[in-house]
Design a protein around this ligand. Structure first.
Ligand SMILES: [Zn+2]
Length: 70
């Protein structure tokens, strides 16, 4: 996986909090924001999320957390 467990847990927390305030716009806007602000490589992390069905912020939370969350 191209992102550490710690960062992945941080991403899920970030999405969970943000999507509690605003609905998903069916983009990876919030995910990309998190990756950029933590200097994580979007170019490798975004396709990896897609591999697990994470094509937008709510899907990252629903599908990727389902697979990788603890
Ligand atoms: Zn969505």
């Amino acid at each position: 996986m191209p992102i550490s467990r710690e960062h992945l847990a941080g991403l899920f927390d970030h999405l969970d909090a943000a999507l509690g305030r605003e609905p998903c716009q069916h983009t990876l806007r919030l995910t990309r924001l998190f990756l950029t602000s933590h200097s994580l490589p979007e170019a490798t992390v975004v396709p990896w999320l897609g591999q697990y069905g994470g094509y937008c912020d709510c899907e990252v939370l629903a599908n990727v957390e389902d697979r990788w969350g603890e």
